[in-house]
Design a protein around this ligand. Structure first.
Ligand code: ATP
Length: 269
């Protein structure tokens, strides 16, 4: 019964082209995720050891989760995801049972990707005053046991995402665990332009709209914030003239930008 509340197998296909910029990260993910799952026999022939775990870290809203979904789509693997918060909302002992059951399911449905969002809240370091240290320690130790057990099983890749890599227990990045660690930065100017193009794909734009200028003026905006800007620009057009607005103009984007400010500080870059 706890399975129903916990891990979800979902498949919402995402293409690499739905994510702007981040060429370097995408390339490394293809090698670490797509190749071992798609070319398992070649890896075996060449005695190449595929990675056991891939950890993505970086500020919120910069597409860590979306990258994992794109990697799952491209590799054709079963996608199973579990968030740290889900495990802790359970009674003592239930969280570990769910964790074991989720790993078991990943082995049964391999090739599979087992994704842990908010990994820090699942297996964070013990923080004074937060949670009961005991359940944190027990969940971390079950997690490590399960991950080490995977070495024998083929075709299960564990992926994790976190905004707070320093909050993770050091045991997680030992060899055989999260052996590929990738930083997902906020988008640069070219990445922002691509993100704006992606999020205006289905919005009718007036010919004067200059996405390149908007990309140049949105330093420190995350992909999620740029998506919000595009939505807000269209809403502004609608508010202005709900009866007949048929396109979104540059002025609507400017109004949206005035209302949506980047949450990242210069020091976060
Ligand atoms: P969090 O840490 O808050 O979970 P995250 O890094 O996992 O954030 P996502 O949830 O993948 O970020 O991204 C949020 C939304 O922002 C996505 O649904 C997507 O629409 C948009 N987005 C983020 N980065 C980009 C990008 N580079 N190109 C296009 N869209 C992006």
């Amino acid at each position: 019964p706890s399975m129903a509340r916990g891990a979800a197998v979902e498949f919402d296909p995402i293409s690499w082209d739905d994510i702007g910029g981040l060429e370097g990260v995408k390339c490394k993910l293809k090698q670490a995720v797509e190749w071992p799952l798609r070319h398992a026999d070649a890896f075996q022939r060449l005695r190449l050891k595929p990675p056991c775990g891939v950890l993505l870290h970086g500020p919120p809203g910069c597409s860590k989760t979306t990258l994992v979904r794109a990697a799952a789509t491209a590799s054709g693997a079963t996608f199973i995801s579990l968030s740290g918060a889900q495990l802790y909302s359970m009674y003592v002992g239930e969280g570990e049972a769910l964790l074991r059951e989720t790993f078991r399911r990943a082995r049964l449905t391999s090739p599979s990707i087992l994704f842990f969002d908010e990994l820090d809240s699942l297996v964070g370091k013990r923080v004074e005053g937060e949670q009961t240290g005991e359940s944190t320690a027990r969940i971390l130790s079950s997690f490590l046991t399960e991950m080490d057990g995977l070495e024998l099983a083929q075709g299960v890749l564990v992926m994790g995402a976190t905004n707070r890599p320093h909050a993770l227990d050091a045991a997680l990045v030992r060899p055989g665990r999260f052996d590929v660690v990738l930083y997902v930065p906020p988008p640069d100017k070219e990445g922002r332009l691509q993100a704006l193009q992606i999020h205006t794909r289905s919005i009718p734009l007036a010919p004067e709209v200059d996405l390149r200028a908007i990309a140049a003026a949105t330093e420190r905006y995350t992909g999620a914030e740029l998506a919000a800007v595009c939505r807000e620009a269209a809403m502004t057009a609608l508010r202005e003239d709900a009866a007949s607005a048929a396109e979104v103009r540059q002025a609507h984007f400017e109004a949206a930008l005035a209302g949506i400010k980047p949450q990242l500080a210069p020091a976060d870059l």
